[in-house]
Design a protein around this ligand. Structure first.
Ligand code: COA
Length: 160
C-alpha cells in the first residue's frame, strides 16, 4: 500500500526551505500533497491561484508531488485523503510552541493521523516568507532563498 503525507502551509511565497522539506518527505512517503491551507492570522501577498501556479511550477518535474488547495479544516482534508501523516518543518526552538499546539489540536481532531516534524536544513534556518516579502518589496536579491521562478514572480509583483 502506498503512503501519503500532507505538507500544509500558507506558502506566501514558497521558499527553498519549503522545497527542502518536500524533497526530504519524498524519501519517507510515496506521495506528498503540498496543501495550500489558510491561516486565519495571515494576510496574503499572493492569491490562492497564484500560489497554486507557483507550486505547480516549482514541483513540475516531481510526479510524486501533488498541489492542492483546501479552505477548511486540515484534518478533515487529511481524513478524506486517507493520509498517513502531516509533515511540518521546524526552524528553531521558537517554532516549537506554535507547532506543538497545532499538532496537539490536530491529533485531537483526528487521532489516527500523526504530525511528523523535520528539522529545517541549516542553510534555511533564517528563512521565512514574511522576510522574503519584505526583502522583495525593497528590491533585495533572493537568490538561494527562493526558487528562481518565485524570485521572478516577486519582482513582477512589486513592479506594479
Ligand atoms: N523553511 C523556511 N521557512 C519555513 C519553513 C522551512 N522549512 N517552514 C516554515 N517556514 C516559514 C514560512 O515561510 C512561514 O513564514 P511566515 O510566518 O513569515 O509567513 C512560517 O514558517 C510558517 O508558515 P507555514 O509553514 O506556511 O505555516 P503557516 O503557519 O502559515 O500555516 C497552516 C499554518 C495553514 C498549516 C494552519 O493554519 C492550518 O492547518 N490551517 C488550516 C485550518 C485548520 O485546520 N486550522 C486548525 C489548525 S489546529
Amino acid at each position: 500500500m502506498s503512503t501519503l503525507a500532507i505538507y500544509p502551509g500558507s506558502f506566501d511565497p514558497v521558499t527553498l526551505g519549503h522545497v527542502d522539506i518536500v524533497e526530504r518527505s519524498l524519501g519517507l512517503f510515496d506521495e506528498v500533497i503540498v496543501l495550500i491551507a489558510e491561516s486565519s492570522q495571515k494576510k496574503g501577498l499572493f492569491s490562492i491561484s497564484e500560489k497554486k501556479e507557483h507550486l505547480q511550477d516549482v514541483f513540475k518535474h516531481e510526479k510524486r508531488v501533488i498541489i492542492d488547495v483546501w479552505p477548511g479544516l486540515l484534518m478533515e482534508y487529511a481524513g478524506k485523503k486517507k493520509a498517513n501523516a502531516i509533515v511540518r518543518g521546524l526552524r528553531a526552538v521558537s517554532d516549537f510552541e506554535y507547532e506543538f499546539q497545532m499538532a496537539a489540536m490536530n491529533k485531537r481532531l483526528r487521532p489516527s493521523i500523526d504530525t511528523i516534524f523535520m528539522m529545517t536544513s541549516e542553510k534555511y534556518y533564517f528563512v521565512s516568507s514574511h522576510l522574503v516579502r519584505e526583502i522583495a518589496s525593497l528590491g533585495g536579491a533572493l537568490t538561494d532563498i527562493v526558487p528562481p521562478v518565485i524570485e521572478k514572480r516577486l519582482k513582477e509583483k512589486f513592479k506594479k
